[in-house]
Design a protein around this ligand. Sequence first.
Ligand SMILES: [Zn+2]
Length: 236
Amino acid sequence: MGPLDAILDLVLPATCAGCGAVSHAWCPRCAAELVRAGRGPKPLRADPTPRPPGLPPVHAAAAYAGVVRTALLAYKDGGRRDLRSVLAPLLVCAVKAADPGGDAVLVPMPSRAAARRRRGDAPVADLVRVVGEVTGRAVADMLRPVRPLVDQAGLDTSRRQANLAGAYRARADADLAAGRAVLLLDDVVTTGATLAEAARAVRAVGAHPVGCATVAATRRRPLPCRAGTHSGSVSS
Ligand SMILES: [Zn+2]
């Protein structure tokens, strides 16, 4: 949100990013629905099938559907960065499930360089920064793509793995002593290829990925009547 948006927000009523209702950026009805969606069966294990080699255990706060999907798309691609505060509590839940009582350092998945340039920021890293503030955990934004990546949306599992093989480099972070536990964080997990590549990259600099946490997980079981409806900016 730029300075102009901030000014407009003061004089114009906001629109709910979930249902379009005027007067709230995220209306109470959608807020209640989001809380319900995040209250799924615990623990929220969301390991993809098949599981990419080297992928640490994955926890997700909710299914990538309904109001959760709407909020994530609006946050990432719709310029609704005000939804950071709406989505952060879900990611906090997943972090607590992935590393209960631990102090693993939070490592966000990197934006593609092109997306970083186009959008001028890194929405996942921004979300993870809020989660770090809420949980009191350290955040290390230590991963970067080493070459341009094809957009993952529309790629099948093997193509995603090929697209991502050796794609990330972790800089050795001053706060990360060798063997330090890290949690890998993303907005959505689909095949797990992104998180598996991130795990490889952080291991290469001596860190120890103990788990992964995401806001949401796509359902990988076959859904014949809805096949092909999943799209959007899911990156993993
Ligand atoms: Zn709403």
